[in-house]
Design a binder for this molecule. Structure first.
Ligand code: ADP
Length: 483
């Protein structure tokens, strides 16, 4: 029986609604709340960025850290407006900057990334062990490379009775640094081995999490298999195969209170599965707001994404004419690769009444786009889980996706069998290339023109359970079974 008073220290570098660059923040903001609802006590440990510290309520100093090697530091406790319990490392010399946590404005990795995230991970290990903060935890659950060393610092101290879970949200981000960093971050040279942190003569913090944690999870069952292959393991395939017994894929959910078309204050016309008239009004409002032709019957495609080759959006850049020529429209919100940004800007200039491009990160606009569009395009080359398609389904917006990772686990392709049995929730394509993506867009436009098919897909999307409920149970069992 799972221990009802299980306590978990969740360690991460991002957490919605305090600081977010992508899906990691959504997961760290929502999973602990779902775990709390089923009796697991979770505290989230975060770097004390200005947005984190200013976003906390009931804030107080837990402890001042004596002997902190980089200026003054203290641990601050507080809550998010969503009710999450937070401990933040307020260390101004490391974290008192705004903007992207990992990169400077010009897109360079911040020079002190290795140092500050290793120190953050070391403090995480101390908190988990009760050395600071008075309370000892049963489980330390660390997320992504920034926190990969937390399990290493527990190992260094011979602490084996705190269970360590490490979740890989994206294997592409490996936290690789010169091996000279080891002495700076108080780790002995012995960790610089093939069985340790060594990665092609450098050190990888992600590898630290993989090697020294009791269990590794990733964010969908298919991605858990993909990353064990040489082709998709990004240099970690062999290592992850060797960990297969302790590696599982647990699908992400979304916070269905944040993403709720009935109560969403960001959208002009709330709606529900029972009455979709609001969705039609949102479409018209969105077309108007984005300067597009207000056309109720034009299939309105959207993109809300980082603009990178991972996300396959370089392929979409070649298909914008096809969408417009077939009577469709496109609204894109995102930022990233400047070349991809520019191709979309050009497409917007070419078709100003059919294509709207917003470069940037804009949470309220993301909600309006989800509510007002007919279909969302996610042509990812790889996708650990993907949250955008889950938000889309919650808003009755049909996902058109590459058949990879979590996209293949969460979407049922509108093939003949799925259509005949009325279970389709979207359109998938594979392999990920221009030809197949183009065919998927054509197929989507045909389905859109057949209201019986399209309306059934919308209905199916709205009926999906995209909440954390089921997956939180799986994490609870995992925490308890590994004790
Ligand atoms: P990632 O690989 O970027 O983490 P996910 O699909 O897992 O991709 O999660 C991305 C999250 O960030 C989703 O909630 C998505 O809606 C949101 N998002 C991505 N780009 C933007 C943007 N430009 N503006 C607002 N939200 C965005």
């Amino acid at each position: 029986m799972p221990n009802p008073s299980l306590s978990v220290l969740c360690v991460a570098s991002e957490c919605f609604p305090l600081i977010k660059t992508g899906g990691l923040a959504d997961v760290v903001g929502a999973l602990p709340l779902a775990l709390e609802r089923i009796g697991v006590k979770v505290t989230v440990f975060l770097p004390g960025y200005p947005d984190v510290l200013s976003g906390l309520t009931d804030k107080r100093t837990l402890v001042r850290l004596k002997d902190f090697p980089k200026g003054q530091a203290r641990l601050v406790t507080g809550k998010t407006i969503t009710g999450l319990k937070i401990i933040a490392l307020d260390a101004p010399e490391l974290f008192s900057f705004s903007g992207n946590p990992y990169q400077t404005q010009s897109g360079e990795d911040r020079a002190d990334n290795a140092y500050k995230f290793s120190l953050f991970s070391k403090i995480a290990a101390d908190i988990a062990n009760g050395d600071i903060g008075r309370k000892r935890y049963d489980v330390l659950h660390a997320h992504d490379w920034q926190t990969g060393l937390a399990a290493v610092y527990l190992h260094l101290r011979g602490i084996t009775d705190i269970k360590t879970i490490f979740t890989i949200h994206n294997l592409a981000f490996q936290g690789v640094f010169p091996n000279s960093i080891l002495s700076e971050i108080c780790l002995p040279e012995s960790y610089m081995s093939r069985d340790g942190l060594e990665y092609w003569d450098k050190v990888s913090f992600l590898k630290g999490g993989v090697v020294y944690s009791d269990h590794i999870t990733t964010v969908s069952p298919t991605y858990a298999l993909e990353i064990q292959s040489d082709a998709e393991g990004m240099g970690f395939g062999g290592l992850l195969r060797s960990k297969a017994q302790n590696l599982s894929g647990i699908l992400n959910g979304i916070d269905i209170d944040v993403w709720n078309p009935q109560t969403d204050t960001e959208i002009p016309h709330p709606y529900s599965a029972a009455n979709l008239s609001g969705k039609k009004k949102n479409k018209a409002a969105l077309q108007k707001a984005m300067g597009l032709r207000v056309a109720p019957n034009a299939p309105l495609f959207s993109v809300i994404s980082r603009l990178t080759t991972q996300k396959g959006l370089d392929l979409l850049a070649d298909l914008t004419d096809q969408i417009v020529e077939n009577g469709g429209q496109l609204i894109l919100l995102g930022s990233g690769d400047s070349e991809i940004e520019n191709t979309f800007r050009n497409a917007e200039q070419k078709h100003p009444s059919e294509i709207s491009v917003t470069i940037g990160y804009n949470e309220p606009l993301a909600h309006k786009i989800q509510a007002g569009s007919d279909a969302i395009l996610i042509p990812s080359r790889f996708e650990p889980c993907g949250l955008t398609q889950l938000c889309a389904m919650r808003y009755g917006t049909v996902p058109i996706v590459g058949r990879v990772g979590g996209l293949s686990d969460t979407i049922i392709d509108a093939g003949p069998m799925a259509l005949a049995s009325g279970v389709a929730t979207g359109v998938q394509f594979s392999p990920i290339n221009l030809h197949m993506f183009s065919a998927a867009i054509r197929r989507s436009i045909l389905h859109y023109a057949t209201p019986k098919i399209w309306n059934k897909m919308v209905e199916n999307c709205l009926a999906q359970d995209v909440s954390w409920e089921h997956s939180a149970q799986l994490y609870k069992v995992l925490y308890a079974s590994s004790l």
